[in-house]
Ligand binder design. Structure first.
Ligand SMILES: [Zn+2]
Length: 352
C-alpha cells in the first residue's frame, strides 16, 4: 500500500474547494501548489484514510457527520483509520468489512454518470446528484476530510459532479478528483467545490478540472467564475490558472501579429482577453495584477516611450492602464515548467 504524507501544501483554505487550511469558498483542494507546510491538522476526527486497497494518507479536517454515521463514535474521539471504497466511496471503520466490500463492489459496481471527456490518461464523467444521490453523498463525506469548509454533504440533488478518472491500465480506472457545479447558478458560477484526492495532487489534475469547468461555461455561452468567496488557497490556484490561460491566449496573437477578427487592430482590451479565454473581466484584471502586467500610464510612462507593447491596450474604463508584454514574458519564463505540463481541454472533445 502506498503511504502518502499527504500534508496539504500550503495551509490555508479552500477555493472552490482546494484542500488546505481555512478556505473561503468554493472549497478547493487542488494540486498545483508549490509551498509546503508543516502545519498540523489537529482539528480532525480521523487520523488516516485508506482508499481502496492501495492508498493510505492522512485526513486533514474534521468530518463531524461521522459521529452520526459511525456507531459508538463520540465527539472528542479520533478514528485511526477510515476505510473508503475507491469505487463507490462508502466507508467503514473496520478493515475486514471494507475488504469484503471491495471484492463485492469490484464485481458489481458500475461507474455512474455520463462520459463527457477522455484523453489518453484521464476521463471525466458527469454524475447527476439527483440520479446518483448515494454515490454523490458518499463522495462529499469523503471530500469533507480534505475540505475544511465543505458544508453540503447530503443535499446533492441540485449539483452535477464532474469526476476525473485516471486510466491506470486498460479497462481499469481510478477516481482521482472531482468538482461540483450547481445545475442552476444565477451568478453563473461554474464551480462550487473542487478536490483532487491527496495521492493524486501535483499532477495537473486540478488544472484539468478547472479548465473543464470553463469550457462548460463557454459551451453555455456565458463567462463563468468559481463560487465566491474564494479561500486564499483557492484564489492562489485560480490566479495561476487565469494567468496561464491569458498567456496561452495572448502569446500567439502577439508573436504572430495576428489578432482575432473581433479585435481592433493594435488593441487588445480586457474584454478581448475575456472573450478569448472565457474568463470573467474582473478575474482577468485580478490575474494581470498578480502577474505585475497591469501598468499605470502617466505622462512619463507611455507605451511608446517605455516599450509597453502597443498591441496591449487599455485595461480599465478610463484607459489609464496598459498591459505590459514584457511582464507577461517574464511570467511565462518563470512558469515555463508549469506551462509545459498543463493539460488543456479541447472544447471540441467534450461529449455533451
Ligand atoms: Zn464500493
Amino acid at each position: 500500500m502506498r503511504r502518502e504524507s499527504a500534508k496539504p501544501s500550503v495551509p490555508a483554505s479552500s477555493v472552490p474547494a482546494v484542500a488546505q487550511a481555512p478556505p473561503a469558498s468554493p472549497s478547493a483542494a487542488s494540486d498545483d501548489d508549490d509551498d509546503e507546510s508543516e502545519e498540523e491538522y489537529s482539528n480532525r476526527n480521523v487520523q488516516a484514510v485508506v482508499l481502496g486497497d492501495e492508498y493510505e494518507f492522512d485526513a486533514w479536517y474534521d468530518c463531524p457527520v461521522l459521529y452520526e454515521l459511525v456507531p459508538d463514535f463520540h465527539v472528542g474521539h479520533m478514528i485511526d483509520y477510515l476505510f473508503v471504497c475507491n469505487r463507490c466511496f462508502k466507508h467503514s471503520i473496520a478493515g475486514y468489512t471494507m475488504a469484503a466490500h471491495l471484492i463485492a463492489c469490484k464485481g458489481t459496481f458500475e461507474t455512474p454518470g455520463q462520459l463527457v471527456y477522455q484523453n489518453n490518461q484521464y476521463s471525466i464523467r458527469m454524475v447527476d446528484g439527483a440520479a446518483y444521490k448515494l454515490f454523490c453523498q458518499c463522495l462529499c463525506i469523503f471530500a469533507k476530510l480534505f475540505l475544511d469548509t465543505k458544508s453540503i454533504l447530503f443535499a446533492v440533488d441540485r449539483f452535477e459532479f464532474y469526476v476525473a478518472f485516471h486510466h491506470t491500465a486498460p479497462n481499469v480506472e481510478q477516481a482521482v478528483g472531482f468538482f461540483s457545479k450547481e445545475k442552476i447558478s444565477f451568478d453563473e458560477y461554474n464551480l462550487a467545490c473542487i478536490l483532487v484526492f491527496p495521492p493524486f495532487q501535483h499532477l495537473g489534475i486540478g488544472h484539468l478540472l478547472i479548465d473543464f469547468s470553463y469550457q462548460l461555461s463557454i459551451l453555455d455561452g456565458v463567462l463563468g467564475s468559481p463560487e465566491r468567496p474564494l479561500s486564499e488557497r483557492g484564489r492562489a490556484t485560480y490566479l495561476r490558472y487565469w494567468a496561464a490561460s491569458i498567456v496561452r491566449a495572448i502569446t500567439p496573437l502577439v508573436t504572430s501579429g495576428r489578432q482575432p477578427r473581433a479585435m481592433t487592430p493594435f488593441a487588445l482590451s480586457i474584454d478581448d482577453i475575456s472573450r478569448a479565454t472565457g474568463i470573467r473581466q474582473d478575474d482577468v484584471i485580478d490575474a494581470l495584477r498578480s502577474m505585475d502586467a497591469l501598468v499605470k500610464l502617466t505622462s512619463t510612462v507611455t507605451p511608446a516611450k517605455d516599450g509597453l507593447d502597443a498591441l496591449n491596450a487599455a485595461a480599465q474604463d478610463d484607459g489609464s492602464w496598459a498591459i505590459s508584454s514584457p511582464a507577461l514574458d517574464r511570467w511565462s519564463a518563470s512558469h515555463a515548467q508549469q506551462l509545459a505540463w498543463m493539460m488543456w481541454i479541447d472544447i471540441n472533445s467534450i461529449m455533451l
